[in-house]
Design a binder for this molecule. Structure first.
Ligand SMILES: Cc1ncc(COP(=O)(O)O)c(C=O)c1O
Length: 317
């Protein structure tokens, strides 16, 4: 945890940053906290393969592939590409896709429509196929966002509370598949503190994420005995999705560059930069919006920078 002194004084609050981008190097970011629980389950079930899915440059897919290999499991990735063809993958491979390739993961592709409408079915089909050949596949949903994965962020909420003298008023995080936000909300609820979890949507909208978070929270209550969320425990902030998932604009990348130049911290263009932009813009309009003591979680995604190198280089001139 670090205190962002300059931004704190500019915004008139106490702003801390939880460095979950430092959870590892090639395994960096928020996904590893969820994978701690999910892959333990896979090992317990004596799995041979791990199947998961994500966007073309998915951090979750990359982290899952590398963590699976470390445990002796074979990764299978279903990636969403422009036309659902393998030839859509960057050639030569870049950023997360390069690491996916290096891990030796089997990569399957699907169209955006198939991904939206039947990614779980497609993963089940891959699992069925592996079973027919004697494998024991373990399927992890998009972003590792289910009740078990969310336990990683229940633990993170406890860690944040232990690191600060007083509980923060709010913890702000990028939201892409909802599990991180759900875990934080559950963790603060369980700890009985007043801290609110604020998720900045980087795709979809608030209504979508509320359904996802409520479903994960219900499952976590039923399966893991976590408390029911009280009203207002979490909020989804929208308006910062920009041009949509994985897409960027000049002003967004100018903001990202400013953060590196002023604070020495590189955010990623797909998640954390949009979330930080949401936090700063909201607080510039209303400095009291999140309370006095706020924690921003840097959830990683550093390899995403390299997938946007040309655009970034042009903006950062
Ligand atoms: C770097 C980064 N930050 C934030 C998120 C969002 O987390 P979640 O999917 O749990 O909402 C993701 C993944 O989606 C991510 O890769």
């Amino acid at each position: 945890m670090v205190t962002l002194e300059r931004l704190s004084s500019q915004l008139g609050i106490e702003l801390h940053m939880k460095r979950d981008d430092l959870t590892g190097s090639h395994l960096s970011g928020n996904k590893i906290r969820k994978l701690d629980f999910l892959l333990a389950d896979a090992m317990e079930l004596d799995a041979t393969h791990v199947i998961t899915c994500g966007g073309l440059q998915s951090n979750h897919a990359r982290a899952t592939a590398l963590a699976a290999v470390q445990l002796g499991l074979s990764p299978v990735l279903l990636l969403r590409t422009a036309n659902g063809r393998e030839s859509d993958l960057p050639n030569p491979p870049t950023a997360n896709v390069l690491l996916d390739r290096l891990s030796g993961a089997r990569i399957e592709t699907c169209t955006p429509v198939d991904y939206r409408e039947r990614r779980n079915q497609l993963m089940d089909e891959l699992a069925h196929d592996l079973k027919m050949h004697g494998g024991r596949p373990y399927v992890i949903p998009e972003g590792g966002s289910n009740a078990l994965g969310a336990l990683g962020y229940v633990a993170c909420a406890r860690e944040i509370l232990a690191q600060l003298e007083e509980p923060p008023d709010a913890v702000v995080v990028a939201t892409g598949s909802g599990g991180t936000l759900a875990g934080l909300a559950l963790g603060f609820e369980d700890a009985g503190v007043h801290t609110r979890a604020i998720g900045v949507a980087v795709c979809d909208d608030a209504a979508y994420f509320e359904t996802v978070v409520d479903r994960i929270a219900d499952d976590a209550h039923r399966i893991h005995g976590l408390p029911v969320l009280s009203p207002g425990r979490y909020t989804v902030l929208e308006g910062f999705q920009g041009r949509g998932y994985g897409l960027t604009t000049d002003p967004e990348l100018a903001f990202l560059t400013e953060r590196v130049r002023k604070d020495g911290i590189a955010l990623d263009p797909v998640y954390t930069n949009k979330a930080m932009l949401g936090l700063v813009t909201t607080l510039r309009n209303d400095p009291t919006a999140f309370g006095r003591r706020v924690v921003f979680i840097h959830t990683g995604g550093i390899f995403g920078l390299f997938a946007h190198a040309d655009h970034l280089a042009a903006v950062a001139e």
